[in-house]
Ligand binder design. Structure first.
Ligand code: SF4
Ligand code: SF4
Length: 269
């Protein structure tokens, strides 16, 4: 995101809504975006209404009010002068918006936001069959984000634990080699709000995958959250639950109810 300094009147409204806290007041009293840390989520641009006032008008009103020791405060949900300016993004910077702006669709998956259906559609896709377990490993959160260099550290560590990365996932699609988990060089310095690595492995491998994540979390400059999924047994029990507990972790059960409107695209083995 860029801020047009000719238009900005330094009201500070955009500072409060920035998901990464990377807009600050410059020495000239106008706002500026730290381009290294901005993830191009466009939240500031989408959330603040453009009042479209001429900057000279706002400054004049402020000056006049100042004479009477009164202040001019713009409503908190506006950029009074429309100074926020989304720039045209070239590759590789455009990857920031693809992962961070929920109104953008991932080219490779056709899905908005982080670009993944995750495990929600398993009854239709059959990604996970009996004996399989799926992991969603999310890196980054508002306020911290994640760089692809760190995402690669995690994917390369996971690749050594006999996992299969989900091909219909936007992080997998950035890998140059799914056997090693290596991600293409030109995006490694790019930062996104968050990204999800999706993989599947066999049920007996749960402990190893969790150990890898436990170790690699100390090598990355972001936060990691992990989700684990498998098909319920015929009696409704969660098959992976005991294996996760044996590995020393607690689960926070989280269910999704399918309405049965989807037709399975697979046949059970
Ligand atoms: S909301 Fe608009 S005018 Fe106010 S500081 Fe931000 S860019 Fe400048
Ligand atoms: S695009 Fe997102 S990260 Fe960048 S300045 Fe706006 S809110 Fe902050």
């Amino acid at each position: 995101m860029e801020i047009d300094k000719e238009k900005c009147v330094g009201c500070g409204n955009c500072h409060a809504v920035c998901t990464m806290g990377v807009i600050y007041l410059d020495e000239d009293g106008k706002s500026v975006v730290n381009q290294e840390e901005c993830v191009e989520c466009r939240t500031c641009y989408r959330v603040l209404r453009n009042e479209g006032y001429r900057p000279w008008f706002v400054r004049a009103v402020r000056k006049i009010l100042g004479v009477f020791r009164l202040g001019y405060l713009a409503e908190p949900d506006v950029c009074p002068t429309g100074a926020l300016t989304p720039p045209p993004l070239q590759w590789p910077r455009s990857i920031r918006a693809t992962f961070s702006d929920p109104s953008t669709v991932h080219e490779g998956t056709g899905v908005h936001g982080r670009g993944t259906d995750e495990i929600k559609s398993n009854e239709v896709t059959g990604r996970l069959r009996e004996g399989d377990v799926g992991f969603v490993v999310e890196l980054g959160r508002p306020g911290i984000g994640a760089r692809f260099r760190d995402i690669q550290k995690v994917s390369m560590a996971l690749a050594q634990a006999q996992v299969q990365f989900e091909p219909e996932n936007p992080v997998t699609q950035l890998m140059t080699d799914t056997k090693t988990g290596r991600i293409r060089e030109d995006v490694l310095d790019e930062k996104v709000l968050s990204a999800i690595i999706e993989l599947k492995t066999r049920m007996e491998n749960i402990g190893q995958v969790l150990r890898v994540l436990e170790e690699v979390q100390h090598q990355v400059d972001t936060v990691i959250s992990v989700g684990i999924a498998s098909k319920c047994a015929a009696d409704g029990s969660v098959v992976h639950e005991s294996l996760v507990r044996q590995a020393g972790y607690k689960l926070s059960p989280n269910g999704k109810t399918n309405l049965g409107l989807g037709r399975p695209l697979f046949q059970e083995r």
